[in-house]
Design a protein around this ligand. Structure first.
Ligand SMILES: *[C@@H]1O[C@H](CO)[C@@H](O)[C@H](O)[C@H]1NC(C)=O
Length: 211
């Protein structure tokens, strides 16, 4: 006769096995309800086959994987990391075929406004003031990225604007020419002072807030 203890141990082990099987099956059942938009039929785990087929035309171009340094302070601390840790983290982020190997780096165009975690400085605090392109840490980050991958794409986006761009009314799009000139000056400053080519530029974060 099977001793009682052995049975309970076995049942317990099988119970655990069943749990693992259920966990393993969860992604499969998720695949089961997946409907391929182009090919039509519902794919079940039994009929699922991975098909590489561009008969319906080529899909979207893969532009790469990117990361954002923004929100006022999300990457601020990296600058103060001790070496060699700082360089190691930068390598993991930007060095091609190594770590994250980022293809795109998007940075905040500082606007003197609190943009989630902190405030990034504008290159023009006041209208009368000459622009200063040494402020903040995004220039540094972009240069470190380019050093490791000269082909990395750079994107700039203002999350906020200094007050003088919405004179008295806090609407930075009140005079669109002035705001455009301000953004363009950031692109020109990047080239002139840091030898950085900005590939893409945005003019507004979460645009519907301003409509
Ligand atoms: C808008 O800004 C531009 C550039 O600074 C300026 O020439 C123009 O007079 C401004 N327009 C208004 C309506 O203030």
């Amino acid at each position: 006769m099977f001793p009682y203890k052995v049975w309970t141990n076995r049942l317990r082990a099988e119970g655990r096995l069943l749990l693992w099987l259920l966990l393993l099956l969860t992604p499969l059942s998720a695949t089961g309800s997946f409907r391929h938009k182009k090919l039509g039929p519902v794919v079940t785990p039994q009929t699922f086959r991975y098909i590489l087929d561009d008969s319906a035309g080529h899909g979207r171009v893969f532009d790469g994987i990117g990361a954002i340094s923004s929100g006022g302070a999300t990457s601020r601390l990296l600058l103060n990391y001790r070496e060699p840790y700082r360089s190691e983290i930068l390598d993991y982020l930007f060095k091609p075929n190594f770590g994250a190997s980022l293809h795109i780096l998007k940075v905040e165009v500082g606007g003197d406004g609190q943009t989630t975690d902190g405030t990034e400085p504008s290159h023009m605090h006041f209208k009368q003031e000459g622009a200063d392109y040494r402020r903040g840490y995004e220039w540094w980050l972009m240069k470190e990225a380019k050093k490791r991958n000269p082909n990395i794409k750079l994107i700039g986006l203002p999350w906020s604007f200094p007050g003088w761009l919405g004179p008295g009314r806090t609407d930075p799009y009140e005079n669109i020419t002035m705001t455009a000139l301000y953004v363009v000056s950031w692109i020109l400053g990047a080239k002139k002072h840091h030898k950085l080519d900005i590939d893409y530029i945005g003019v507004s974060n979460i645009f519907e807030f301003y409509l």
